[in-house]
Design a protein around this ligand. Structure first.
Ligand code: PLP
Length: 420
């Protein structure tokens, strides 16, 4: 098979199936290019992207400013390793910390790596600051969590398929039902170093915890000297209509935003001690992830203790910095906050007894049905709308945050056609 003449969609799929691991079951559309909210396949067909690479392209595909930064930086220097300093990492740290209000960051590449980093940070803090006896540290996690695919991370997954035949697993994790404060309190012991949670569970089907859960969990953590760690890899960076999804639980939000202080004097803070970011941190151009926390907690990482060859590389840092800038400068978070509730309301008008629930926050929406939804996703694809099932029965709708109302109306027409 020649690779110099353009291959057909059929040939490309055959090639991929022949040589590649079959660890995904993608819809059969072969993307050749993309711009903004739209992608084009190898035959020139256009589709509205309502998945955004699992929320990695919140800024829209091939955002021109991020692209310009990438091209410019790629011509200067791409990788220095952390053996030397580079001129992009300090600027990335500054932008990230000033935007988020956290004091210190550690850069990684994939989301799972950042979660691993947070687990290591929490354990080390537990031994060195909290005084937990050697190898006794426990981290509490939630049922139906999704934090990535490394061996330690799947050790605390509750999804049988993600674990099957991958043991032996990393010990030291306790599972509680998502959203259950009483269970969290009961699970905390003197050996608990952290509580790790997704403010909205994306992969599990856009599960939103009861109002007050996040703030309550953070208060419990403070009371018991346990680190609260929010995995905002999928739900953060504007996706849920706020910079962080955990902000939805903040009863002082307007004051915090107005004073740029969290919390205002005398109030309990609803910010987690640790935040984990990935995906949209680089607008889909490059794998960049990070863990954010206080200078004090970050001090557990001393030279040689943790690292990654590509983590903090100048190309990734430059790209991520622009990705953060366009997110805020171009009103993408506000767009998600405005269009998300409108889109959700429209979706709720679809009449179909097989729809169990339509739920979401911002532009992170799930349509749960009483049957497998893959055929619906296939039909939507033929009509030009790209979305994907999660956990068989939920259609996940997470369009880029730059999407226009007109494009959402276009998608709605097709969703009505397929689902009603
Ligand atoms: C909440 C959450 N955490 C972690 C990850 C893992 O990120 P990555 O696939 O970049 O390793 C994901 C990926 O979907 C995620 O949604």
């Amino acid at each position: 098979m020649s690779t110099t003449t353009p291959l057909s969609q059929h040939d490309l799929i055959a090639l991929e199936d022949q040589y590649g691991a079959h660890n995904y079951k993608p819809l059969n559309i072969v993307v050749a290019s993309a711009q903004g909210s739209w992608v084009t396949d190898v035959d020139g067909n256009k589709y509205l992207d309502c998945l955004s690479a699992y929320s990695a392209v919140n800024q829209g595909h091939c955002h021109p400013k991020i692209l310009a930064t990438m091209l410019e930086q790629a011509q200067k220097v791409t990788l220095s390793s952390r053996a030397f300093r580079n001129d992009q990492l300090p600027l990335f740290y500054e932008t990230l910390c000033q935007l988020t209000g956290y004091q210190s960051a550690i850069p990684m590449n994939s989301g799972a790596e950042a979660v691993e980093t947070a687990v290591k940070l929490a354990r080390k803090w537990g031994y060195e600051h909290k005084g937990i006896a050697a190898n006794q540290a426990e981290i509490i996690v939630c049922e139906n969590n999704f934090h990535g695919r490394t061996t330690t991370v799947v050790s605390f997954s509750t999804e049988a398929d993600y674990r099957k035949n991958f043991g032996p697993f990393t010990p030291g994790f306790k599972v509680i039902p998502f959203g259950d404060l009483a269970a969290l309190e009961a699970a905390i012991t003197p050996n608990t170093c952290a509580f790790l949670f997704e403010p909205i569970q994306g992969e599990a089907g856009i599960n939103i915890p009861p109002q007050g859960f996040i703030q309550g969990a953070i208060a419990l953590c403070k009371q018991h000297n346990v680190l609260s760690m929010a995995d905002e890899i999928q739900c953060g960076l504007g996706r849920a209509g706020a910079l962080f999804a955990f902000e939805a639980d903040c009863t002082n939000r307007s004051q915090c935003l107005a004073t740029k202080q969290c919390p205002p004097a005398g109030m309990q803070c609803c910010r987690p001690d640790v935040v984990i970011l990935g995906k949209a941190l680089s607008g889909g151009f490059y794998p960049v992830s990070a863990v954010l926390t206080s200078t004090e907690m970050m001090s557990v990482f001393t030279p040689g203790i943790h690292g990654s060859t590509f983590g903090g590389n100048p190309l990734g840092c430059a790209v991520a910095r622009t990705a953060l800038q366009v997110l805020t400068d171009e009103g993408m978070i506000e767009n998600a906050a405005t269009l998300g509730p409108w889109f959700l309301k429209q979706l709720k008008t679809i009449q179909n007894p097989k729809i169990k629930e339509v739920r979401g926050r911002g532009l992170m929406i799930g349509i749960e049905m009483t049957e497998k939804v893959r055929p619906y996703c296939e039909q939507l694809k033929t009509l030009g709308v790209l979305c994907k099932e999660t956990h068989d029965v939920v259609i996940r709708l997470t369009p880029p945050l730059i999407i226009s109302k007109a494009d959402l109306e276009w998608a709605l027409e097709r969703l009505h056609q397929v689902l009603a």
